[in-house]
Design a protein around this ligand. Structure first.
Ligand SMILES: *Cc1c(COP(=O)(O)O)cnc(C)c1O
Length: 380
């Protein structure tokens, strides 16, 4: 065992990434986003969200997302306060008629399953699970009216296909995909979903606190049906119908964080200017190919997700073997300005977790692995 204090280790400057932020959310905010915030200074910050300047910011965001996701006819960009966690409650209250089916293969998928399972007005949810590091897939079922799963399970680094379950539309079941960490960096055909929802603090490099949902006409009709049935109390702050009505006016039910919207709009436009989803997803995939290839070439590192097809191209998880203590590696990296490559806390593995969102330079992911090599050599 070495006595090296990891925080005393100095990584040579020429190995360091240009930006040391590799956290999976909140994630790297690009300097241009911060400049946009400074520019918004007196024009937007501290002004009414009911007046034209902030409403046009919301419109820019909604139009940008419509273009980025090539939204099918009739789909709407709906937004509200509370982040993706609040959207689970919105969906529980407004979109599940009787019973939901969840494919859960990590913390986030399990949390939404817990939300619908706890609702006293719903039947116990059907929860299909798979061990962390693999993917559970939704399947046909006669008695469910919602299929839900995460596009990218941020807690484990596994990603799932976004495809409707065969026959689900005919059975009147909606498809809800939690794309919080995948939206904007994974290829997707939104017409394979009824709600593709996310929050701004992952791929969009903004702050948390908002939810955004790309809703199909079927999803909006379901919310109308459930909310007007008179059999269920839906608090106004959880009403999807109310959120949609406000969104159509480029507003939110209650006050949003304007700074979050400014940074979000800037990022959506940056993605579009560079080539949109194809560009963003190729950039993340380039980083991922490097990260997993690097791990496979090291005797002491292994991609946590066994099946290469399930390996996320936006959040990579790399297990270290018993000869290398990940907490020491993480401490040494942090002491050198490389932040937040710790594994999801409840996973409890000897692991590094690396965000590879489009804002993160692929060259910086290459620099990161060079830094890990350097640290592991010195700690050994
Ligand atoms: C981060 C994350 C969430 C939670 O998002 P909040 O906005 O913090 O509620 C939900 N689902 C996934 C897949 C996430 O990565």
């Amino acid at each position: 065992m070495s006595e090296t204090n990891p925080t005393h280790l100095t990584i040579p400057a020429d190995l360091l990434p240009s930006d040391g932020r590799f956290g999976s959310g909140p994630s790297k905010v690009r300097p241009a986003q911060v400049r946009a915030l400074a520019d918004a200074g007196v024009s937007l910050l501290g002004t009414s969200h009911r007046q034209a300047p902030v409403r046009s910011l919301v419109r820019r965001t909604r139009e940008g997302l419509t273009a980025l996701f090539d939204l099918p006819d009739g789909y709407e960009v709906v937004l509200g306060n509370g982040g993706s966690t609040a959207f689970w409650d919105v969906a529980t209250a407004c979109l599940v008629r009787r019973r939901a089916q969840h494919a859960a293969f990590g913390e986030f998928g399990a949390k939404f399953a817990a939300a619908t399972s706890a609702a006293p007005f719903l039947e116990p949810s059907q929860v299909l699970t798979a061990p962390p590091g693999s993917v559970a897939h939704p399947e046909p079922a006669d008695d469910v009216d919602v299929h839900a799963w995460p596009h990218n399970e941020t807690s484990t680094g596994a990603m799932a296909p976004v495809r409707r379950v065969a026959g689900s539309r005919e059975r009147g079941a909606l498809t809800l995909v939690d794309a919080t960490s995948g939206a904007g960096a994974l290829p997707v055909d939104v017409s394979e979903t009824d709600v593709y929802y996310f929050a701004p603090q992952k791929v969009f490099g903004s702050d948390g606190g908002l939810w955004l949902a790309l809703c199909s006409p079927d999803a909006l009709a379901r919310a109308d049906e459930v909310e007007s049935s008179g059999t269920r109390w839906v608090p106004e702050s959880l009403s999807l119908r109310t959120a949609a009505a406000n969104s159509r006016q480029d507003q939110t039910l209650n006050t949003p964080a304007i700074a979050t919207l400014v940074m979000l709009a800037q990022q959506v436009e940056w993605l579009l200017e560079n080539g949109g989803l194809p560009w963003a997803s190729a950039r993340s995939a380039e980083s991922a190919a490097h990260l997993y290839g690097w791990a496979e070439a090291r005797a002491w590192a292994t991609p946590f997700v066994a099946d290469p097809a399930d390996r996320s191209t936006v959040v990579g998880t790399i297990d270290l073997d018993a000869s290398v203590d990940a907490t020491q590696v993480i401490a040494a990296l942090r002491a050198n300005g490389i932040r937040d490559v710790f594994p999801y806390r409840k996973l409890g593995r000897n692991q590094l977790r690396v965000a590879m969102f489009p804002a993160i330079e692929p060259d910086d992911v290459r620099a990161l692995t060079a830094c890990v090599d350097h640290v592991v050599d010195r700690l050994a």
